[in-house]
Design a protein around this ligand. Structure first.
Ligand code: GLN
Length: 543
């Protein structure tokens, strides 16, 4: 079968959930046996979101091949289990950079370089995944960030218009709009949808399928109205009502026939509706989980999206442990020695979050000390692990001035330090250890047990001695102190075999006190929750 292309755009307002809809389409097509990928095109000028403040753009998601990407890629991976790569996250900045580099190289033979056709051609080339032709995909789903009508997104829309024309039935346009409910009038309003579609039509794009985001159920008459005003078949007007969980969305979309409508548009026989049993089993577990486990998220960004993958990993692990993980954000900047017990009161366990820079680190260190001395399950991730290590140096090894050289370049006890080979790199963005690296786990450690339990769910082969996890950091555990740590009870139980870098530390005498230099949260998926999160929640919820 020729590759088919699905374009997902959004109108009216941003944050309508295009990422979740794209991920759901991916999941539903996958359930029908098709090979899919999902890619995101973002209209901003940054080369990648790596240097963006999480307040600007939420979490930065890292792919296996080490690209810092938009958080929607996290949804794609969690829903479908596919591995995305650097070519699944494209920004205007990258498009321009490619074109400008090519121009400097003389590849355009003296031509004037213009938005149309040069920029749009480069967008098209990437939308078609020309570089990855050997992937032999059945479907490429392309989500375009932002909303139509934005000045920035115009070249992307033009590229879609041209591709629609070129690909004929092999392309389908899905457009998401918002249908607001006006309380005072007690009415659902379709006008914004009509305007949004008109705007799209003005760019030469007729949407095939409309997904209407709504808080209230839309009746048939209303769908009919939208269909007739927007030149769309009634069966192609799908509603996406608010759901209690984003993981209900694929099933709801299947019920509404979104995948069937896509196949019909393309001219592929629809066949039977796939059962998706594992997904339904997961949803049942989610609906039935009643008991709550309270987990504190000690970090500095008080924003849902800033620690998206960690939150989802905890949720997923909770569900598979038959509990609801109740996540409480605890601002590390507000934690002091005198209020820590109050701040962490009622938490069955805490996660010390990743991060960069000085702000809020002392609060993380105080939290790590409190949970270590009170034997509360603690999971330190990346900077969180580094803070556990610093805390241990200060309060157990007796190095009161211990620090990371990221925070204090002069510290005489640099228990976290930059590796020699990283030091020479100065350009922002490209300087970090990024992407997946191997890690050998010490047999018999708690981390080893976690990775070797629940193997059917967590995809690990038994015995699982070498794992591969994703990284995003510059600083490392300083091996000069390793023996002292081990002797005092903090064990280095995960090691990168090539570079001899410490990847996992734990205190085996405590209930659950593990820090990872890598980011396990990037590889939790709905059908395969991450073993460390699974084990952590289990420790928070002793039966
Ligand atoms: N700032 C730390 C480093 O660069 C940790 C980074 C992180 O938590 N992702 O090593």
């Amino acid at each position: 079968m020729d590759t088919k292309y699905i374009f997902v755009t959004g109108g009216v307002v941003s944050s309508l959930g295009k990422g979740i809809i794209s991920a759901s389409i991916g999941k539903l097509l996958q359930a029908r046996g098709y090979k899919v990928t999902i890619q995101k095109f973002d209209p901003y000028i940054n080369i990648d979101p790596g240097t963006l403040n999480p307040y600007e753009h939420g979490e930065c998601y890292v792919t296996v091949d080490g690209m810092e990407t938009d958080l929607d890629l996290g949804h794609y991976e969690r829903f479908t289990g596919i591995h995305t790569t650097r070519n699944n996250s494209i920004t205007t900045g990258r498009i321009y950079k490619t074109v400008i580099d090519r121009e400097r190289h003389g590849d355009y033979l003296g031509k004037t370089i213009q938005v149309v056709p040069h920029i749009t051609d480069e967008i098209k080339r990437r939308m078609l995944r020309e570089e990855e032709k050997d992937e032999q995909l059945d479907f490429v789903i392309t989500e375009v960030g932002g909303t139509i009508g934005d000045i920035e997104s115009a070249p992307f829309m033009e590229a879609i218009r041209q591709l629609r024309w070129q690909l004929g039935r092999n392309a389908v346009c899905v457009h998401l709009t918002y249908v607001p409910y006006l309380k005072a009038a007690e009415e659902l309003k379709t006008k914004p949808t009509q305007h949004s579609v008109k705007e799209l039509q003005g760019m030469g794009i007729q949407p095939d399928i409309l997904v209407l985001r709504t808080e209230r159920h839309l009746d048939n008459a209303l769908r009919m109205k939208v269909a007739s005003f927007c030149n769309v078949d009634l069966e192609c007007v799908v509603q996406s009502e608010d759901m209690p969980s984003i993981y209900e969305v694929p099933v709801n979309m299947q019920r509404q026939g979104l995948d069937a409508a896509i196949l019909r548009k393309i001219g592929i026989p629809v066949g039977e509706t796939p059962e998706m049993k594992p997904w339904h089993d997961f949803l049942d577990k989610q609906r039935n989980a009643k008991r709550e486990v309270h987990v504190g998220l000690v970090g500095k960004y008080n924003l849902q999206d800033a620690y998206k993958s960690i939150r989802e990993s905890l949720n997923l692990a909770g569900i598979y442990n038959d509990v609801k993980a109740r996540i409480h954000f605890i601002n590390s900047e507000e934690i002091t020695k005198s209020n820590v017990s109050e701040k962490l009161d009622g938490m069955a366990g805490i996660v010390i979050c990743p991060g960069f820079g000085n702000r809020g680190i002392e609060g993380k260190i105080i939290a790590a000390e409190y949970t270590r001395t009170n034997n509360i399950p603690t999971f330190g991730i990346c900077l969180g692990m580094q803070m556990m290590v610093i805390e241990f140096a200060r309060n157990v090894l007796g190095y009161h001035d211990a620090n990371s050289s990221e925070m204090d370049t002069q510290t005489p006890h640099n228990v976290i330090d930059m590796m020699e080979e990283q030091k020479s790199i100065t350009q922002l963005g490209g300087t970090m250890r990024l992407g997946a690296y191997d890690c050998e786990i010490v047999k018999g450690s708690r981390a080893f047990q976690a990775y070797n339990g629940l193997t059917a769910l967590t995809k690990c082969e038994t015995p699982c001695e070498v794992i591969r996890e994703r990284h995003r950091h510059r600083y490392e555990f300083n091996n000069a102190y390793k023996d002292e740590y081990e002797a005092a009870g903090m064990k280095c139980v995960g090691i990168n075999p090539k570079a001899d870098l410490v990847e996992i530390v734990e205190i085996p005498t405590l209930r659950w006190y593990i820090g990872t230099q890598f980011h396990p949260e990037y590889s939790s998926t709905v059908l395969h929750p991450h073993p460390l999160f699974m084990d952590f929640i289990k420790a928070c919820n002793p039966l």
